[in-house]
Each structure stands twice: as C-alpha cells, then as structure tokens.
Design a protein around this ligand. Structure first.
Ligand code: GLU
Length: 288
C-alpha cells in the first residue's frame, strides 16, 4: 500500500511553530516513503474558528516548501459523509441522545459513563449524541511512542460525537476523513495521543482501516507551555520562512546546512538527510 500522510490543521489561528513542526514532519515522512502528502482543513467548529486563518494557513504552507499532492479537503464540505457515519453508528445502537449538562456531570469528574444519563430528555431541546463506550482497553503501537494502552471508559467515557448545536466532533470527522483520504500514516503532536484510542474505537465501529500513528513531542514555550494557535503563540512568518523552518527541522533532529538557501532547497536537503529513526520521542511515554 502506498504511504499516504496528511496535515490537518484547525483554522483557529495562524500557523505557529508547533503546527509547522507537525506539517514538516508529516511531509518528510511521506516524501521519505515515496508516498503522498495531503491537506485537510478541519473547519467544523465555527465557534472556535478565527476568520481568515484557514486561508492564511493554506497560503503559508508553500512558502515553507510544503505542497500537497491533491486539493485541500475542507471538512465543512463533508457534513453529508459525517451524517452517514452517524446514521451507521445510530442504527447499530452504538450512540445515544444525552441531555446532561456539565453541572450534571460534575459529580463524575465531567465524565459520562455506562450510558447512564443524569438528566432526563427535555422536550424542544436538541440533545448531544454520545458513543456508548464499553469497559475495554484500546491498545496500539505508536511508531514513535511505543506501545500504548488506554481504558476507554476511564479516559474518555461516553464521548460526544455530535454536539447540542449539531456540530460533529473532531473525533468522528477525523476518523471518517482519514479513511476517505486513504491515510496510511498519521504524524501529529502528542497532545492528540489521548484522542487516538477514541479514534481507533470509532474505526472499529465503522469498519474503517487503522493508520499507523506517530505522535511527536510538543513544542513548548519558554515557560514550558504548549504552543497553541489559540493563544496566538509564536506565529511563523511566511514572508521570512527560513528561521521557523530551521527551528522545526532542528526540533525534528534533521541536520540543516548553514548556508543561506531558499525554503524549497532547504526542504530538499532536509529530505536527503532525513532519517525517521531519529525523530524525537516524548519523555514520559513508553517507547519500544
Ligand atoms: N486539527 C487538529 C489540530 O489542529 C489536528 C488533527 C489531527 O492531526 O488529527 O490540532
């Protein structure tokens, strides 16, 4: 099977150093494997969206030498596919409607478990829809972090796949689209390691293939906080791409030549010297 990787940003701010690292690493792994690299804009959460950021992220990537092999897939155009997946889960009795509020769940640590609702159905109010999560452990081998094992019931509980407002969750949309785009390998930040068990569970319920996962250590700021688009931390400058690109390659343990070259030439050189075995691993997680 041909390697197919992807970069799947959410339009919640400009590209920052942390997401550039994920973009560069996923691109290098795909090119190294002689495979394809695809883009997906995860624009299915309008309340969190920052106007203009989808366009700004997509415009910035080529300046860093990152060009996709197919037109970008917009999740906002994929609602019909999520409707089909939702209907499949519903017909199989794997989801249930839930009117519980945060207050209702406070006593159980904000966790919904065993399909047990505290709140009763409310007429004229739309419910959220949750997966009915069994008491099982999901195990997988992360190609960077090594063997992982997570109790779905303890770590996620009955997780939401469609919110009260009618928006589908990241977990559902991501799984449906990784399969739709034929993604064989997911390279992303370790902040999503915890989501992976839920995604694997959804893949099993929907009979979808499971990609290989590589979770990269997170880029931290000087105070040890994760760089995130939502805090506007360290936006990278697409008009002067080399400093951020050198930072990303350095973080990924890819040697870079000292002399000044343009971004495309730098990425070509980086690919020549790239060794996936040297990618950084997270501390604090088991690795093989
Ligand atoms: N859209 C997610 C983010 O920007 C990443 C999703 C993924 O790579 O699975 O954090």
């Amino acid at each position: 099977m041909t390697y197919r990787g992807r970069f799947a940003p959410s339009p919640t701010g400009s590209l920052h150093a942390g997401s550039l690292v994920a973009a560069v690493a996923s691109w290098l792994c795909a090119r190294y494997a002689g495979g394809e690299w695809l883009l997906r804009m995860e624009d299915i959460d309008p309340p969190r969206e920052v106007p203009g950021s989808a366009a700004s992220i997509l415009a910035a990537l080529p300046a860093f030498g990152l060009r996709a092999d197919a037109p970008v897939l917009l999740q906002s155009q994929r609602i019909a596919a999520y409707d089909v997946a939702f209907a499949t889960l519903r017909e199989a009795g794997l989801v249930f409607a839930c009117w519980c509020s945060r207050n209702d769940l406070a006593a159980s640590g904000d966790m919904h478990r065993d399909g047990h609702c505290v709140a009763r159905p409310v007429a004229n109010r739309r419910p959220a829809w949750r997966m009915r999560v069994p008491d099982i452990d999901v195990s997988f081998d992360d190609a960077l972090q090594g063997p992982q094992r997570q109790s779905l019931r303890e770590s996620a509980g009955d997780f939401v796949i469609r919110r009260v407002e009618g928006f589908y969750s990241y977990q559902l949309a991501c799984v449906v689209d990784d399969a739709f785009q034929g993604i064989t390998d997911v390279v992303r930040g370790a902040d999503l390691l915890d989501s992976t068990a839920r995604q694997i569970w959804l893949q099993r319920c929907l009979d979808l293939p499971m990609p290989t996962y590589r979770h990269l250590p997170l880029v931290m700021d000087a105070e040890g906080h994760k760089l995130s688009k939502s805090t506007q931390a360290f936006p990278v400058d697409a008009t002067d791409p080399l400093p951020a690109l050198r930072f990303a390659l350095d973080f990924l343990n890819v040697p870079t030549p000292a002399q000044a070259i343009d971004a495309d030439a730098l990425m070509t050189r980086a690919l020549e010297d790239f060794d996936p075995a040297l990618l950084p691993h997270c501390s604090g997680h088991s690795s093989s």
